[in-house]
Design a protein around this ligand. Structure first.
Ligand SMILES: C=CC1=C(C)c2cc3[nH]c(cc4nc(cc5[nH]c(cc1n2)c(C)c5CCC(=O)O)C(CCC(=O)O)=C4C)c(C)c3C=C
Ligand code: FE2
Ligand code: FE2
Length: 341
């Protein structure tokens, strides 16, 4: 059976000229800014133009482009190899939400491959309407064929083990400092998105609890949220406030990206430059950062198991733990409300 696995990710600009149109696509998404058109278009034009200079200088620090596509391509290649090793005739495709290759490009490439089964696999372990939900909608809108959709895998064993491995090896490789506080840092969300039934924060907490259970018991562990944009209230605590608190408490810091599975602007610039400097300025002796999962064996193994499960399952939308993993009150779960519109 020919299988197409479509990896969903956010996408990022491929040169400095494409920073502004990339930002425009992001802010013109109804899942990000819920205003009707043409108001959303106007606001997106305004914010992308206002934000582009600062964003450009951050992308310039990474050599002028986002590493998200090459990083995602490595993951696609490894996953394809791993699926083939289990005897599956599988091909991996990349579908980016806000830059190339766009969802429409992925739909065309998948149609040309003419698979008997399609699996949609978000490279976001925790479901949010702003990320996976938006990508699923874009797939449908671009005419993508019916598929088995993996909504989320916040406690998938390979994912958790890969995080634990990255954290422990980063700590050991840097002299195993004591008096440690681990900051598990996730991308934030406006509070009103979570209050509206988005299960993202609940699932982040599930991931962090599963990781924490496998870490040395004397490590202090805290969840925090980074990358706030705009004037709305976002979920808290913010990563910068957690760094300041750790500094005031005289702690060494080990920070780990917990919602991103590859390196990009928010790990390489925000965690490695901005927050490292903040920690230094406030007297933190040791500030360490665990790498994103990338092509870690355990992680790719976890994705392989998820795809295999999705091929066997009959239900359209599934998570790593069956067809319902969130408490009922998370009304925006895709597996309880298949249409997230
Ligand atoms: C878990 C993943 C992500 C969530 C949830 C998410 C929500 C979200 N993001 C913005 C605004 C921006 N995000 C930007 C970059 C960006 N975001 C994610 C992931 C999530 N976003 C990734 C992987 C990236 C990196 C892309 C790259 O090129 O490396 C940006 C652009 C960068 C910047 O200007 O700071 C913006 C803007 C909102 C508003 C939001 C929820 C409502
Ligand atoms: Fe984002
Ligand atoms: Fe759910």
């Amino acid at each position: 059976m020919r299988i197409a696995v479509v990896l969903f990710n956010l996408g990022g600009p491929d040169n400095l000229e494409t920073v502004e149109p990339f930002l425009f696509n992001l802010f013109n998404d109804k899942a990000i800014i819920g205003l009707p058109q043409p108001l959303r278009w106007l606001i997106a034009k305004l914010i992308s133009s206002r934000r582009s200079e600062e964003a450009k200088s951050n992308y310039a620090k990474m050599g002028g482009s986002s590493p998200l596509l090459p990083e995602t391509q490595f993951q696609a290649d490894e996953l394809e190899k791993s699926l083939k090793a289990t005897g599956l005739d599988a091909r991996c495709f990349i579908s980016m939400r806000y830059w190339k290759p766009f969802t429409g490009d992925a739909v065309k490439a998948v149609n040309a491959f003419n698979p008997e089964k399609i699996v949609l696999l978000p490279l976001y372990p925790q479901f949010s309407t702003t990320t996976t939900g938006s990508s699923i909608q874009a797939w449908k809108k671009a005419g993508g064929k019916t598929a088995s959709t993996i909504c989320c895998y916040p406690t998938e064993e390979g994912l958790i083990n890969a995080h634990v491995d990255k954290l422990v090896s980063t700590w050991k490789d840097n002299g195993a400092p004591d008096n440690l506080r681990v900051l598990l840092s996730a991308h934030g969300l406006p509070k009103k998105v979570v209050d509206g039934g988005d299960p993202y924060q609940w699932q982040i907490e599930q991931t962090c609890a599963a990781v924490a259970k496998k870490l040395p018991s004397d490590w202090e562990i805290e969840i925090c949220y980074q990358s706030k944009v705009g004037p709305l209230e976002w979920i808290s605590p913010s990563t910068d406030s957690s760094i300041l608190k750790a500094a005031a408490d005289g702690k060494n810091i080990l920070v780990s990206p917990i919602a991103f599975v590859s390196e990009h602007i928010e790990t390489l610039v925000e965690l490695d430059d901005e927050y490292a400097e903040l920690a230094r300025e406030h007297g933190v002796t040791t500030y360490l950062r665990a790498p994103a999962l990338g092509i870690a064996n355990e992680f790719i193994g976890g994705l392989t198991n998820l795809v295999r499960k999705a091929i066997l399952e009959k239900s359209e939308i599934l998570s790593s733990d069956g067809d319902r993993i969130c408490p009922k009150n998370w009304s925006k779960c895709p597996h309880s409300h298949i249409s997230t519109e």
